[in-house]
Design a protein around this ligand. Sequence first.
Ligand SMILES: [Zn+2]
Length: 415
Amino acid sequence: MSLQPQRTIAELKELRQLTGDADGAQRVAFTDTWAEARRWLRDKLSRIPVDVYQDQAGNLWATLNGKSERELLIGGHIDSVPNGGWLDGCLNTLAGVEVLRKIAADGTPPVTVRLVDWCDEEGARFGRSLFGSSAVSGALVPDEVRNLTDRDGVRLEDAVKKHGIDLDRALDARKELKNAAAYLELHIEQGPVLLSKDLPMGAVLGTCGVERHTITFTGQAAHSGSTPMSHRRDALGGVSKLHLAIRDIANSHGGVCTVGKVTTKPGIVTAVVGEAEMTLDQRHLDAKTLAAMYDDARQASERIAKEEKIDVAWQKLWQIQPFPFHPELINLADGAIKEICGVSHRLPSGPLHDAAEVCRTGVPTVMLFVQSLHGISHNKIEDTREEHLEMSVRALDRLAEKTMQWIVDGGSRRA
Ligand SMILES: [Zn+2]
């Protein structure tokens, strides 16, 4: 049996019909619609000779036994954000289903092949992304998520229980990676890079590390009429200058830096700002460069505080290290893309993906990106040309073949 990428597109449309509405995809994890999508997926998998079960963290695994216990893993996530797009996450899962079908039809593969549909990649309901994959990696701390609540006040621990997950046993899912020799994930790019280069696909170098801080400038609130310009200690001056400075810092290091939120006190039209707070999100694929971007921003904030005669304080919100993917698998991914598309491109991923959690455990990992139209995702207008979707299924299949051979040749043990 040959690969039928057109079937993946038909199934994506079928899933959209089943679990979407006029506002987009509605497969938020731990909801009835998500469970319905999972039932639909199980039905598809029941027609392939694979063992299907849900692990203790709610991840759905389909295993095709091979000649070796060593495993090639292919991952995706069928959950979506509310009003989401028709491709984010489920393209990966359904392309994986098609590849699994083809490998199964070819007879017993040289290594065991497993498709995993990760549980709650998006974290849309409780604000905690990568639930299932971080349980498998061991990074999940049950006590940190137990009491997270959704908009209706439902606790995460209770919501997951309805879907067969005992939070206190979620980390038992770590055993799933015992024989993992490589992990592959296809995803839409969700950004404009491939579109702007007019390229269908790219090999992903890794997921960027993130430094996320709140920066507070403190000056002196004062009357807007009676305080001469020369006498002001305007806290907003700190935010304004630093916002412009961090653009230069991002550009000079080839990373991205974002000020997403600014608040001022007293925040009225007739007062000089006494306290101004800004958030800063910095991302880079290289840990040293990320650290340098952070240092540069701190130094700039201190210089600016002096100039403005105000004070500055930093508070860490969140941080994650970069996860560079496996160099040999990046080469294989590049080769697979070139075979199918004629040309490839290497790019980092700014967003996090389940692949980062697998990579964290040391399993050789790589991702394929396929072009996003409009460069937009997490929105119903998210789209990719059908010819590119077909290429992406073919490239994942080529990469799976190459990676199975790489595992047989002892690749992951060399690294
Ligand atoms: Zn996704």
